[in-house]
Write a protein that binds this ligand. Structure first.
Ligand code: FAD
Length: 406
């Protein structure tokens, strides 16, 4: 006799940060939850692995800062429950040409979201960071207190552990190949032949989203996987401690072309992470695993901005990772629709800036799948149908920056 099909309230597909936070949320709300992952848990083949992600509340768009602030509170709550730290706070420093539209939008959106900002010229930036950050004459720097580093692999593990504590079921090496509407819910089939039934389902499969949604519905979502490279550089001898959080060094972003970001020296003493935001379109299961963008503009940037105390001649360590990029770099958080109606919810297209939002996205996805609507957040900018109205998605008046990851 065949085994009876296991039944759940919510099946979450994909155990990166978004799926792990969602499984935590639904299980916390007493839903019998199953989290399925195609590879080993905490693998390094998606988007949520590694040693550091920036958390910041500064965004050119008006609708992200409040989400980031909410997420910050939720990171702290999760840390308290688990009893260890994944979030290391510092300030955030955004910089760019004084007329850069995206940077100007950052200042205005921060003010509209009641986030105190200090706009500094090059002399005051030198004073603020002990002479370590050297801007050109016509650039400005923007300092806010909401910055920090999250340790991604440790953070995913934390939410998976908290989900298990809430009695969620976690299964890895389970590649979902089919989702079907059956008996007032959904039947989820795995490549190995196992089948699970859920009243509801949440799909958080990162760079595999376009492929899975297409195979289930035939619909092609504009979510492009990109292969990107995390790059570490050596701090020159004697200056190592200057770049640490303890000494007030911030997480940072440099607006313009290329868009460069980085985190203080933390995970590898003596090294600092300074990559370029962007990458090469890829097929998630057939990647090249080699650097994706020319290094010369980045080397020049490091040489100019860090005044010779970071060795810009060559990187000392590189790691490959994937983004899932939408044309407007805004998230996709919505019901799958069609025959699935509100029974299947998707969360994807996090476009290289989603990690910090994991806890708040988990809450939103849980709200949608359980209650049919999200509390305290406007999802208009994240709906799928925005691409029907305009294939480029949400209109922005700082397009120069949005195109950087394509
Ligand atoms: C180099 C790099 C730097 C970044 N820096 C920042 C930063 O500083 N700040 C920030 O906020 N964000 C940052 N991000 C973005 C952030 O990491 C991502 O937005 C986030 O990790 C996306 O998580 P996810 O859960 O959607 O995707 P993933 O982590 O890719 O998770 C999806 C999971 O689904 C699984 N899966 C796929 N298909 C199936 C299937 N058919 N069946 C079962 N499981 C499946 C995958 O194996 C994977 O584990 C960065 C990303 C990268 C790559």
């Amino acid at each position: 006799m065949a085994n009876p099909i296991e039944m759940f309230d919510v099946i979450v597909i994909g155990a990166g940060i978004m799926g792990s936070c969602t499984a935590y949320e639904t299980s916390k709300r007493n839903q019998k939850t199953l989290l399925l992952e195609q590879f080993d848990f905490l693998h390094h083949r998606g988007s949520s692995h590694g040693e550091s992600r920036t958390i910041r509340a500064t965004y050119p768009e008006l609708y992200y800062p409040k989400m980031a602030l909410k997420s910050e509170t939720l990171w702290r709550e999760a840390e308290e429950q688990i009893g260890y730290k994944v979030y290391f706070k510092t300030s955030q420093f955004d910089m760019g040409h004084k007329y850069n539209k995206a940077l100007q939008a950052v200042i205005s959106s921060s003010e509209k979201n009641s986030i105190p900002v200090r706009v500094l010229d090059r002399i005051h930036v030198l004073e603020e960071f002990d002479g370590l950050i050297n801007l050109p004459e016509d650039w400005v720097g923007v300092v806010t207190e909401y910055g920090g580093v999250i340790k991604p692999t440790k953070a995913v593990s934390m939410f998976q552990t908290l989900a298990v504590k809430n009695d969620a079921f976690l299964k890895d090496n389970m590649e979902v190949v089919e989702i079907k509407k059956v008996g007032g819910g959904v039947l989820v089939s795995v490549k190995s032949g196992e089948v699970f039934w859920g009243k509801k389902c949440v799909v958080t499969v990162g760079p595999w989203m376009k492929k899975l949604v297409k195979s289930v519905t035939g619909f092609v979502l504009p979510i492009q996987p990109l292969e990107t490279t995390v790059i570490y550089w050596k701090i020159k001898e004697g200056f190592e401690s200057n770049f640490t959080i303890e000494n007030g060094f911030p997480t940072f972003a440099s607006y313009g072309e290329p868009y460069i970001y980085g985190t203080p020296s933390l995970e590898f003493p003596g090294l600092i992470k300074i990559p370029v935001h962007g990458g090469r379109p890829c097929e998630p299961n057939d990647r090249m695993w080699v650097p994706t963008l020319p290094l010369d503009p980045l080397k020049q940037w490091i040489q100019e901005k860090f005044g010779g105390v970071v060795d810009s001649t060559k990187p000392v360590m590189m790691q490959s990772c994937m983004y899932s990029v939408t044309p407007d770099e805004d998230f996709v958080i919505d019901f799958l629709g069609g025959e699935f109606g509100e029974d299947v919810v998707i969360g994807g297209g996090f476009s290289g800036h989603g990690f910090k939002m994991g806890p708040v996205v988990g809450k939103i996805l849980a709200d949608l799948v359980m209650d049919g609507e999200a509390k305290d957040v406007e999802l208009m900018h994240f709906r799928i149908d925005r691409f029907e109205k305009n294939p480029k998605g949400n209109l922005k008046n700082f397009d120069d920056q949005v195109s950087s990851a394509h």
